[in-house]
Design a protein around this ligand. Structure first.
Ligand SMILES: Nc1ncnc2c1ncn2[C@@H]1O[C@H](COP(=O)(O)OP(=O)(O)OP(=O)(O)O)[C@@H](O)[C@H]1O
Ligand SMILES: [Mg+2]
Length: 262
């Protein structure tokens, strides 16, 4: 199997990239896939906090400054996922050479089946480097017009840099008539919606208690949606919306099949 580096990107801020990246990484690791989630949002550093890491003395900042190895900046997360968090020092950020991020990702790719890159919002240099260090991108889109323009720019940037657009994660769907439908998104972006996640208070709660939804609220709609995305990445096919609970059962059985064959 070819190891894959997947950027979780959106353009627009706050669409749910870090929530998706962290829980998707856990879901892939729970399925027996060697997975590392890396914080590509080097200036904000929310990933480690979201994943509930308590102590992060060495971070990707130290690696990018040549002060530490990647393994020294790698921590254990839930279900066997590995996490490379960013640090909080503003002073360091000024001195970091972002280009070195590509080398970190390439190194992680050698020993991981999945490297999940949590991208920053925007289209500045840090976002560009996080995106173009990856082989593929998943776009996390809120089904509203303000999310689309930025996501289309990310699509264009990805494709012009040889990063394959693998699919769309629609997030925070409220079920309102004005929302953009998944079929419309698929037409506009030319890729499948691999999962459509509703607005779910469990996702918010998980962030506020700094514990991933996959661990705290495994039966939530949010985790259901994440399981669909993980099953797609492992199995290659989008799962049609089925009754709550069944997707996780399908995901569990896919996990079993792949564990048995790998
Ligand atoms: N499906 C959801 N339902 C409700 N709240 C959600 C959902 N997904 C994410 N959230 C919440 O939305 C907020 C923003 O999420 P998150 O930090 O993951 O977004 P982001 O795209 O990484 O933001 P940024 O662009 O600032 O990095 C968080 O409080 C998170 O808990
Ligand atoms: Mg984020």
């Amino acid at each position: 199997m070819v190891n894959r580096v997947i950027a979780i990107a959106s353009g627009k801020g706050g669409t749910g990239k870090s929530s998706v990246a962290s829980n998707l990484g856990i879901a892939l690791a729970a399925s027996g896939r060697r997975t590392t989630i890396v914080d590509g949002d080097i200036t904000m550093a929310s990933l480690g906090i979201m994943l509930g890491l308590k102590r992060m003395p060495i971070t990707i900042h130290n690696v990018l400054m040549g002060e530490a190895t990647i393994s020294e900046a790698t921590y254990d997360g839930p279900h066997g996922v590995k996490v490379v968090p960013a640090g909080l020092s503003l002073e360091r950020i000024k001195r970091i050479d972002y280009e070195k991020f590509r080398g970190v990702v390439n190194e992680l790719k050698k020993s991981n089946e999945f490297v999940i890159v949590d991208c920053p919002p925007g289209l500045e240099r840090d976002a560009m480097i996080a995106l173009t260090s990856s082989d593929e991108a998943l776009l996390v889109i809120n089904p509203e017009p303000s999310s689309l323009a930025d996501a289309l720019k990310v699509k264009a940037l990805a494709e012009s840099n040889g990063v394959k657009l693998t699919g769309i994660v629609t997030n925070m769907r409220m079920g309102e008539k004005t929302e953009i439908r998944n079929e419309e998104l698929e037409k506009l972006f030319g890729v499948k919606v691999i999962t459509s996640i509703p607005f779910d208070k469990h996702a918010k709660k998980a962030s506020s208690i700094q514990s991933p939804a996959y661990v705290k609220f495994p039966e939530s709609d949010f985790v259901q949606g994440i399981s669909e995305a993980a099953a797609f990445l492992i199995g290659g096919k989008p799962i049609k919306k089925v009754k709550k609970g069944i997707v996780r059962k399908i995901f569990e059985s896919i996990k079993g099949v792949f564990k048995a064959t790998s």
